[in-house]
Design a protein around this ligand. Structure first.
Ligand code: AMP
Ligand code: ZN
Length: 131
């Protein structure tokens, strides 16, 4: 994966504002933050997405978010909540697995939007999913 931008960040060929790092993962500031302290956590071993990452690494990443990163966000930035999000395929800009760690604050007005005019009826979706 020569051209992978996050592999380049791991190799320090591209600079990053890293706030936590160990032998398995790196956590750095997203260059286009939605809230103060919006972070990305990535595995050091390249893998594309949720369906290719090994479960052991995935669990480790969740533990780091829970036990190491969120406490820092509370203590140093006074975060009052946390939204984690993760894109695969459509919606995924960088094809190196990453979880967005987005600290939340009262009045941040963070929103997830979509075109609701193209939605099918919810009963139709339920039927499709269950038959
Ligand atoms: P996604 O759309 O889930 O693939 O998110 C990719 C994220 O990577 C976006 O939020 C970008 O702002 C972020 N990003 C892209 N390049 C860099 C970079 N060089 N340093 C930090 N964040 C980056
Ligand atoms: Zn990569």
């Amino acid at each position: 994966m020569e051209e992978c931008i996050f592999c380049k960040i791991i190799k320090e060929e591209i600079p990053s504002k890293t706030i936590y790092e160990d032998e398995r993962v790196k956590v750095f500031l997203d260059i286009n933050p939605n809230t103060n302290g919006d972070l990305l956590i990535i595995p050091k071993k390249h893998t594309e997405n949720l369906f290719t990452i090994d479960n052991n690494t995935l669990n480790y990443i969740l533990e780091i978010i829970k036990d190491k990163i969120y406490p820092i966000l509370i203590k140093k930035l006074n975060a009052t909540g946390l939204t984690i999000s993760q894109n695969n395929g459509t919606g995924q800009e960088v094809k190196h697995f990453h979880i967005h760690i987005t600290p939340r604050y009262e009045e941040d007005h963070l929103q997830f939007t979509s075109d609701k005019s193209i939605l099918k009826n919810i009963d139709e979706i339920y039927n499709i999913l269950t038959k």
